[in-house]
Ligand binder design. Structure first.
Ligand SMILES: Nc1ncnc2c1ncn2[C@@H]1O[C@H](COP(=O)(O)OP(=O)(O)OP(=O)(O)O)[C@@H](O)[C@H]1O
Ligand SMILES: [Mg+2]
Length: 445
């Protein structure tokens, strides 16, 4: 069988959100946003600091290159000791520092002519395209050192480095590549320092804005709560007054038209008998027809009374009210099984809900099912009140219900809503030719 229209069992009557919970959520959201801003800000500032450091290093390599160029002789190309020492004197005395940790000079073919780390001198590595281009065109370039490259094997213990290079000339005009390595640690320290300087005023400003907003928020919340409570109150009022109105109409019908019509039918009976005894058959038949019509109308009105205000529910209990409800089915010859257990554990509202759902389901069975067997069961399982109305009639598919709903026939949908409002659920389980099962579950109160 296909399952239809299952209602989630979550809908308690909507509770007003408390100001505290909204403020806690608001504050938590704000803290997360601040955390994201701080982490994001750190990376942005770090990128800015790296760019700035690159710019400074590019300027610096040009200055240092001018300084060293004065000490470079053509002998360096042949690897002469004197020429190397002359460069080394300048580098050690004036270039190396806490931040510049390595200086190298390369021949255009990729030989290390000088390094302040003597073990690197004489090493040969292919120069990249950028270095070649720089040798041809001049200028300066900076990049983050790739410490995995073989030419940087001896630079690894320095940690992350920025490398910058530019070209220099020997006295005879030969072009060489001059390279310095700068510690990267100072760059991240710069970013942290910048963040440290910027964070307190920014966080302070955010905190101040929050502080100003909280009372505003609080008063808005209070207003929201008050209007929510008013709406709930109005709704409850509307429900009560509709119930009161139904009771009033029911009692008017019961005491007025129903008694009147029943009395009329009663008083007309001797008139018919009298006419018959006089041999006025035509007259007697007319009066009997009127009496039948009157009785039929009284029956209809009584059924309407039960709809409007099921009196037996309050006076005789759920069992008796359900018995009344299914009696038209038995009267038509349908086999009806009614079982009611534990109904004394149901509070009046739940009893009314169970009755209301059973009423809709039984009415539908009478109207559409053409069933041979119908069972109505009420019971309590694990603090949940259950009602099951099952028939073996013709059943229906989802499209039938959709179509009826579109035409304004909302019987099942309305009781579904009532069940949800009570924190319970209603399952309607049916398909063509396979009968129908309507199951209500409501938590006990
Ligand atoms: N027990 C049943 N057996 C067969 N068909 C059913 C049964 N219950 C409901 N239906 C089908 O589902 C449709 C929708 O039922 P629902 O109670 O929502 O509306 P309705 O009975 O048509 O109108 P209303 O209840 O508003 O008077 C019905 O028109 C009928 O076709
Ligand atoms: Mg219906």
């Amino acid at each position: 069988m296909k399952r239809m229209a299952s209602a989630p069992a979550t809908n308690e009557p909507a509770a007003a959100p408390t100001a505290r919970s909204v403020i806690v959520r608001f504050a938590a959201g704000t803290l997360v946003a601040i955390a994201i801003a701080v982490v994001g800000g750190y990376f942005v500032l770090r990128a800015v600091a790296i760019d700035e450091a690159k710019r400074q290093t590019r300027d610096r390599v040009k200055e240092e290159a001018q300084l060293v160029e004065g000490a470079v002789s053509d002998g360096l190309l042949q690897g002469r000791g004197r020429a190397v020492r002359k460069v080394d004197d300048v580098v050690v005395a004036r270039v190396l520092s806490d931040s510049i940790v390595r200086v190298k000079i390369w021949s255009p073919r990729g030989r290390v002519l000088y390094s302040d780390e003597p073990a690197e001198i004489g090493g040969r590595y292919a120069l990249g395209d950028e270095e070649q281009q720089l040798l041809r065109n001049g200028g300066a370039d900076v990049e983050v050192t790739d410490l995995s490259r073989p030419e940087n094997a001896l630079d690894r213990q320095q940690g992350r480095l920025l490398e910058a290079y530019t070209r220099i000339r020997t006295p005879s005009g030969k072009l060489l590549l001059f390279e310095i390595y700068q510690r990267f640690g100072s760059v991240t320290a710069d970013a942290r320092r910048l963040l440290g300087a910027l964070a307190p005023p920014i966080l302070g400003a955010i905190g101040l804005i929050l502080l100003i907003q909280v009372p505003l928020f609080w008063s808005l919340m209070r207003r929201l709560q008050v209007s929510h409570e008013q709406r709930e109150g109005l709704l409850a009022n509307a429900v009560t007054s509709s119930r009161r109105e139904r009771r009033r109409v029911a009692s008017y019908l019961h005491d007025g038209p129903v008694q009147e019509l029943a009395g009329l039918a009663f008083s007309l009976a001797p008139v018919a008998d009298d006419a018959a005894s006089r041999g006025a058959e035509r007259e007697a038949t007319v009066v009997r027809t009127v009496i039948d019509r009157l009785r039929g109308t009284v029956r209809d009105l009584r059924a309407l009374l039960v709809d409007l205000h099921p009196p037996t529910l309050a006076s005789a209990g759920l069992d008796a009210a359900l018995r009344d409800l299914v009696s038209p089915l038995s009267a038509r010859g349908t086999n009806v099984e009614l079982r009611v257990d534990g109904d004394e554990r149901l509070d009046p509202d739940t009893q009314a809900l169970v009755y209301r759902v059973a009423q809709e389901a039984v009415r539908n069975v009478i109207g559409y099912a053409d069933a041979s067997n119908v069972s109505v069961e009420v019971g309590v399982v694990d603090s949940t009140a259950c009602l099951l109305v099952a028939d073996d009639g013709r059943g229906f598919g989802p499209e039938t219900r959709e179509q009826r709903r579109a035409e304004g026939h909302l019987g099942l949908s309305l009781v579904e809503e009532l069940a949800q409002q009570a924190g319970g659920s209603l399952d309607v389980d049916s398909s063509k030719g396979a009968g129908t099962r309507v199951r209500l579950e409501v938590p006990l109160r």
